[in-house]
Design a protein around this ligand. Sequence first.
Ligand code: COA
Length: 321
Amino acid sequence: MSGSRILGTGSALPRRVVTNAELATRVDTSDEWITARTGIRQRYIAEPDETTSSLAIAAARAALEDAGIEPGSIGLIVLATATPDQTFPATATKVQAALGCNGGIAFDVAAVCSGFLYALSVADSMLKTGMARRALVIGAETFSRILDWEDRTTCVLFGDGAGAVVLEAPGGSADGAGILGTRLHADGAQHDLLYVDGGPSTTQTTGHVRMRGPEVFRHAVVNLSDVLKEVLEETGVSAEDIDWVVPHQANARILDATARKLGISPDKVVVTVQDHANTSAASVPLALDCARKDGRIKPGDLVMLEAMGGGFTWGASLVRM
Ligand code: COA
């Protein structure tokens, strides 16, 4: 049986674009280094009046419009973020208030760059058990606020943004659309390879991103290709049948290496990292929205979503659009 189906997608980006060349005027780096090592050419950075919730609300509104439904029918909002507006309440509740669909369920999920996959899976499970009929699943970040702008090994890699999907409980439609299978994992033993060095219960500060990039790179390729294989096995789909892979956009070289390991043509991989950099939980729904809106992903396509992030956490989900 298919899982919940995606009725619409939306995304939002901050107003300000920061190119590699502009960054190189502030940090000891160069456009050549960033482009060659990561594929990133620019990123969007939130202005002081732009927040995780404001980006999430804009992406949610765009997804609702795309789906052609009113906010009032949304009974569940699951928002993935590592950069909430406040420690509490959940940023999802701010989105709920802005949309005026108060009274349903709203909460945040923390799984960093895999957050959207975790949120999608949680929402799908809740819709299947009848907790709500329609959900908004959002990935939204202002990662620029937790970057150490003196650390060139991390600050050049990330950007801000939001993406959202409207999800509807499986309803016996005959077209087979919906989430076909999902696998999620975490390995808390890898904490020190990618983390933030602050938090309410430890330093009472927000902290900054710390990462051992080359080690994260190696784990990412292995973990992602393994979890993709698991989802293919679970769903009985072969790699050749996939129309599009929509990966977490961390580094163009990780995307290439993962696709190559699975024998998936690079032409089938949606790549937006050059424009957005790594937007953490926002990256998968942002890329999904871009590829739907530019006409690449069409109804009926078989789409693999995948991500890995701090924790480590990682996961993949196969969806018939
Ligand atoms: N500009 C210029 N030089 C830089 C730089 C920058 N922004 N950042 C690092 N360097 C330098 C390093 O200091 C190092 O110099 P050295 O050889 O003199 O010591 C050199 O570039 C190579 O650094 P290294 O870290 O080995 O490069 P790399 O090829 O592994 O690329 C990453 C670094 C971070 C781009 C890469 O490891 C990566 O993408 N890792 C995965 C990160 C990721 O996906 N994180 C998110 C997961 S959710």
